[in-house]
Design a protein around this ligand. Structure first.
Ligand SMILES: [Zn+2]
Length: 359
């Protein structure tokens, strides 16, 4: 692992090492307070996300490093139309590691191909947000002491919710995982993901349309926000938004050891009357985000010291296949910057290497 672009960039061993390191950082923070002294993190945020940026900043400061960057591309020189490839080549000359958030899907992958320092994807459009997934895994491990033998309810927007998609992918490395997909028909998991899950040997899956029918059997209930911008019709949004609300009455039906997670911010899907219940783990989850980012930054910087990234750019991973047709996704980074189209081969044909759209 030289970069962290997608949750699947880490194999199971690397995931467990990272979680163990984060837990050691929580237990003995003073041991790590100068390990990144003299190192600089560049936070390149092409779209504002104060919460994620502050979490990266606070992680780097806790390691003794420093932080530079921009929080909104509109106010920085990148709004003059510089490509991601050029920006990271320049930044690589003076920073040691990059955390990038971009509204184009695949932007972080491009950054990792052209820069000469490690890149962490801090969210690329609705495609991937690996540090959220790592935060979720650390939280489950800290709260329940295991990442195997779990029944996990995923509730709300399973169609567009990237945190849910990434969590499913990451959990497929572990054993005896059962997912209960709690959603309405229109917000259910995309069909291709459902089919992949049904074929998996590690994972079993069932569907539910009401929280009360299944909450009693869950170890983890992962709530998500239904986002208004996903709906063309406002009436549909209003209806879906109120379909799945967790309140104290429902929580009474859950086991005393179940935990409630939410990537935050919430709108109305978790009522405030359960915030003080010990099972409400979502604020602790947000705190864990800082520690897993500390572990990730430290690990990537150590690896970068021991292996220099080749100056040949773009630097392509061996599984990426040059492709003749361009990607059909209008928010793919290849739609706005001139880049070689690349594909990954899956069971169901070729997908764009940048945004995973079907080619
Ligand atoms: Zn694409």
């Amino acid at each position: 692992m030289k970069h962290c672009i997608e949750p699947t960039d880490l194999n199971k061993g690397e995931l467990l090492e990272l979680i163990e390191l984060a837990e050691d950082m929580i237990a003995s923070p003073s041991k790590y307070q100068e390990v990144c002294k003299g190192k600089q993190l560049a936070t390149l945020f092409y779209e504002p996300s104060t919460r994620t940026r502050l979490s990266f900043t606070s992680a780097m400061l806790a390691l003794g490093g420093s932080v530079l960057g921009f929080s909104d591309a509109q106010t920085s020189s990148v709004s003059k139309g510089e490509t991601v490839a050029d920006t990271v080549r320049v930044i690589s000359e003076y920073a040691d590691i990059i955390a990038m958030r971009h509204y184009k899907e695949g932007a972080a992958l491009v950054a990792s191909q052209y820069g000469s320092i490690p890149v962490i994807n801090a969210g690329d459009g609705s495609h991937s947000h690996p540090t959220q997934t790592l935060t979720d895994l650390l939280t489950i491990h800290r709260e329940l002491g295991r990442l195997n033998k779990l029944t996990i309810g995923l509730c709300g927007d399973l169609k567009y919710g990237r945190t849910v998609h990434s969590l499913i992918k990451a959990m497929s490395s572990f054993q005896e995982i059962h997912f209960v997909l709690i959603s309405s028909d229109e917000l259910q998991l995309p069909k291709y993901m459902l089919e992949e899950l049904e074929k998996s040997e590690q994972i079993t899956v069932s569907l539910a349309s009401r929280i009360e029918d299944v909450i009693g059997e869950l170890d983890v209930l992962y709530m998500t926000r239904v986002q208004r911008e996903r709906f063309a019709n406002l009436d549909d949004y209003e209806r879906c938004k109120n379909d799945f609300i967790l309140d104290s009455k429902l929580l009474n039906l859950a086991s005393k050891d179940m935990i409630v997670l939410h990537p935050l911010p919430r709108v109305n899907e978790i009522t405030a009357d359960i915030d003080n219940d010990p099972r409400a783990a979502y604020f602790r989850q947000a705190g864990n985000g800082k520690f897993i980012r500390m572990a990730l930054i430290y690990t990537l910087l150590q690896k970068a010291d021991s292996q220099s990234l080749s100056p040949n750019v773009p630097r392509l991973a061996p599984n990426l296949i040059p492709y003749t047709e361009s990607c059909p996704n209008p928010v793919c980074i290849t739609a706005s910057e001139s880049l070689q189209a690349l594909a990954i081969e899956g069971e169901r044909g070729y997908r764009c290497a940048y945004c995973e759209s079907k080619l």
